[in-house]
Every structure is written in C-alpha cells, then in structure tokens.
Design a protein around this ligand. Structure first.
Ligand code: NA7
Length: 495
C-alpha cells in the first residue's frame, strides 16, 4: 500500500467521459480526459448533419447532476445538446482536466500502470483507464463497386462537409436508419433535390416534436413541478409509443406496435407504389425504430425520390440501383451507419503479459457486464459490448456502469492492485446474454445488435435488470493482480 493518489485516464470527452468526470469529481479521484477533438461533445460534436436531433425525450437525455430546463423542443436539435455538454463541462470544472486534440493510439499495461501513447507520439501514464470512446463512432462506408470513381463530393453522415454548397445540387442519400431519415426529411423540407436509396425499408414511429413554451420551461425549473411534468411526459410517451417491452420481447404489444406503424404508413402515403417501397417486411423492433414527424410527408414531395432495393454501383455522375437504373447525383451522403463492433478501436490495447485486445476479441467482442475485459486490468469501458443502447436512456445506463466501475476502483485504490474480471465470470455472463437472444425481438432478424456467432452485443434485458445486475459487486468475479515494478521503458510503436 502507498499513499499515492489514484490517477485515472478517461479517453473521450463525450457524454460518457463527462459523466465519469462528475463521478470522479465527487469521489475525489484525480482524472485526466484525453479527447481527440478540440472540443467536448463526442458524437454531438462530430455529427452536424442537417436535421440532427435527439430521438428520445431530451429530458431523459440530461445528466442527473446537471438538469437543463431550456430545451427548445421535446426532442432537441443536435446543436442544443452540444451547447449543453460544453456548458456542463465549463460550469463543473471539467475543462481544466481535458487534454484536447489528443488521440490515444496505444494503451499498454506494463504490470504497474498504464502507458498511453498519443497518435503524435506524446506519452502519458495512469493507474486506471476508462474508455468512454462512444459506441456508434467509427463510420461504416460500404465498398460499393465504382465508389472511388464518383466525381462529386461524398461524405459520411457523421462527417458532414459544410463547405459543400447544396444549392441546386442533386443529393443522393444511401441509408434509411435514423440518420438517413433525419437528413432526407430536413433536406427535403428545405426544397433540395434528394434521392434516397432504401435497401431495407424500416418501421417508423410518427411523433410530434412540439416547442417547449416559456411557461413550461419555467415550470421545469421548479423541482416539484418538474417531477410532475416529467411523470406526465413519461405517461404520454408510453401512450404514444406503447410500453417499452415490445422492443425486446415478442408478444401482443409488439404486434400492436407494428399494426399502428402500418396504419400510419398507409394513411400517410397515398401512392401505392411509394407505399410498397416504404413498407418493411421485417418485424417491428428488428432494428432501431426511426422516429419522425415529417418523413412520410417529405417522401411524397416532388423534389424527393425514393429508390427501393439499394445501390448496385457508383459511377462518376451518379448511382446505379439494384434494378440497373441510373440516378444522376452531384453530392453523395453515406448515411450507412457505424461499425458497431469497433468500441475503442482503432486504439491498440495490451493487457497482462502484453496480450492484445485484438487477440482477446479475435472471434467476437465480449465483456463483463459491459464494463470490463479479462486480462485487461484496471481498464473499464462505458457502453462496452453487451451494454444497453436500445431501451435505457444513456445517462441511466451510464449511472449503473459508473457505480460498478467505482466499486472496482475502490478496491484498486484501497489495496493498490490491478483488477480484471475472471474469464470464468465473463463467459458465464456472456452465456447468459447469449441464452437470452432467442427470446428477444432483435434476435429474430439481421441487424447490428448481434454478431456473426449469434451473440447480442447489446443488453437483452430491461432497465431494472441492468440496474440489478450492475449493482451486484462480487469480488469473486475478479482477479487481483499484484502490481509489479515498472519495467524499463521501451519504444512504443505507433500505428
Ligand atoms: P443505421 O441505423 O445502422 O442505418 C444504416 C443504413 O444504411 C441502413 O438503412 C442500411 O440498410 C443502410 N446501408 C448500409 N450499407 C448499405 C449499402 N451497401 N447499400 C445500401 N444501404 C446500405 O445507422 P444510422 O446512422 O442511421 O443510425 C445509427 C444510430 O445512430 C441510430 O440508431 C441512432 O442511435 C443514432 P440495411 O438496413 O442494412 O439494409
């Protein structure tokens, strides 16, 4: 035992990194956040596409320690969330703990502590590492035939190129996930010429996004009335969206949800051909449901074209669809989603005896309860494999994860040891997750919630189960590794 205070490195200053910063501030733990961007915000800093907004109730998206009463709409526009995160970081003193424009490329456990190497070669060290690197972060851009021949500007939805003037341009959007739906709706409403390539139509929930009035904002600032209003909002949400259970469990609620979406679609879309293009064949809940107020309206405008069946190839002046028809395009947007298996990668991580994360995750990604990995000691993740992404508002999920991480860090701090989950406990947990898959809605279809081995990579139970399982802290599930003296520093390879 030594009196040296514990020093923790948080990687990422998005919602997760800021959430952990608050936990460490309260617990009196010394921390530094390394952020590759020049600002906080993570996904809300990176994503700036037209139409970006939160698609869960924004009140449930706030940090519990920094309530905000000034949202302009029930589902707030993205820039408001970004402003909120900057304000929170400034007002709670997180900024002075952040090393900006620093991408950590390597994290090596040397038996005593973590050696971190930034992409530009700078070195740092820490007793423990929290990877708060975000879940849907690494863009997935399909290598479609002829992709590199496209003559105009092209970019991924999460890296919008604002230098491109869209006026008078024919914009192609590939993808119909939440990003594609928000982009097409906004560009279409602005009167741009948009062609959306819909490989798999998806179920959409029509819901209004009203302004929050000044009176409501004032009432939300009063804790007593805010509580009543939040409870009312929650009841309204369940009334509109149905109980949460249908999203992860087959049953009558799911059938009802699907019938409602189908009815909304046929009421909204007059043209039978367009209706057919937009009618999903998949079960409701197979994929994340896109929520929209105006998409169906916009899809029927003369300036918007919906192309069914996906993209067969790309040519300098446009895209060829799966039926062989050519569509002239000047600007191409890939709203094609993210590599949901990347987690903190491409960062290279090496644990006990130099074992690499790449080797550990060679066949499939996995974790202990979404937060830790065997043989990678004193290294924790927010929203790692098996963490909730679908049903539990991010701050609520992070609160459970942070609690477990702090429980483990207390042992690390008290006993000056390195702690990692045992393989036995981790695989027991993974097998429980795996056994749950056939009982879930998303387990019945193809989506990014599962891997090729048939294991979900997301939490398959409800919110109460998340809180319960992560509140249980069994030291038997962990191995304690005595800290060794640091070996001679060696030159670290940079990727
Ligand atoms: P998603 O939800 O993963 O959607 C990606 C979309 O891109 C989806 O419609 C895909 O169709 C489509 N896609 C991917 N590859 C291709 C190719 N090769 N050809 C045609 N279409 C393709 O990503 P989002 O960014 O919209 O949303 C991610 C999350 O971010 C969202 O849930 C929010 O939490 C925020 P497919 O269905 O695979 O046929």
């Amino acid at each position: 035992m030594t009196d040296k205070p514990l020093k923790v490195a948080i990687i990422g200053a998005g919602m997760g990194g800021l959430f952990m910063a608050e936990q460490f501030r309260v617990a009196g733990i010394d921390y530094t956040i390394f952020e590759k961007a020049p600002q906080v915000g993570g996904t809300w800093y990176a994503n700036t596409y037209p139409g970006l907004h939160v698609d869960v109730l924004t009140r449930s998206y706030e940090f519990p320690f920094a309530r905000h009463h000034g949202w302009s709409r029930r589902y707030a526009p993205g820039p408001e969330v970004q402003d909120y995160l900057v304000r929170v970081a400034k007002s709670r003193g997180f900024m002075e703990h952040i090393t900006f424009s620093t991408e950590i490329a390597q994290a090596n456990f040397n038996g005593k502590e973590w050696e971190l190497t930034a992409k530009d070669g700078r070195h740092f060290s820490a007793d423990a590492v929290i990877a708060a690197t975000g879940f849907l972060r690494v863009p997935s851009i399909p290598s479609l035939p002829g992709k590199d021949t496209f003559a105009g500007p092209s970019f991924h939805s999460s890296a919008w190129d604002h230098s491109v003037d869209l006026k008078g341009k024919r914009i192609g959007v590939i993808g119909t996930g939440s990003s594609g739906v928000q982009i097409v709706t906004e560009l279409g409403r602005q009167g741009h010429h948009v062609t959306q390539f819909v490989r798999t139509p998806q179920w959409m929930m029509i819901r209004k996004n009203p302004k929050i009035s000044l009176i409501e904002r004032i009432l939300l600032a009063i804790p007593g009335t805010a509580k009543l209003m939040d409870a009312h909002m929650k009841r309204m949400r369940v009334k509109i969206e149905g109980p949460d259970s249908w999203r992860f469990r087959p049953g009558p609620d799911r059938d009802r949800a699907r019938a409602q979406f189908a009815a909304e679609l046929s009421q909204a879309i007059a043209d039978p051909e367009l209706r057919e293009k937009l009618t999903p064949t998949e079960l409701a809940g197979c994929k994340r449901i896109a929520k929209t107020e105006f998409y169906y309206q916009v899809a029927q405008q003369a300036n918007v074209k919906i192309v069914a069946g996906g993209v067969a190839g790309i040519e300098p002046a446009g895209l060829v669809d799966s039926r062989g028809a050519f569509h002239p395009i000047d600007v191409l947007v890939y709203a094609t989603g993210f590599d949901s298996h990347a987690y903190m990668r491409p960062m290279q991580v090496r644990g006990i005896g130099g074992i690499s994360l790449e080797d550990i995750w060679k066949n499939a990604v996995f974790s202990y309860k979404g937060v830790a990995i065997p043989r990678i000691p004193n290294f924790f993740m927010l929203n790692g494999p098996f963490a909730p992404v679908n049903l539990i508002p991010p701050p609520a999920g992070m609160a459970d994860q942070a609690k477990l991480i702090l429980n483990i860090l207390n042992v690390v701090r008290r006993d000056r040891v390195a702690v990692a989950p045992t393989e036995e406990a981790t695989f027991r947990f993974r097998d429980e997750v795996r056994a749950e898959l056939p009982l879930t809605t998303f387990g019945e279809c193809h989506n990014w919630f599962t891997d090729q081995s048939g294991t979900p990579i997301v939490w398959p139970w409800n919110r109460a189960e998340h809180t319960r399982r992560l509140s249980e802290f069994e030291m038997d599930d962990f191995e304690r590794i005595p800290l060794a003296p640091a070996p001679q520093a060696t030159e670290l390879e940079l990727s």
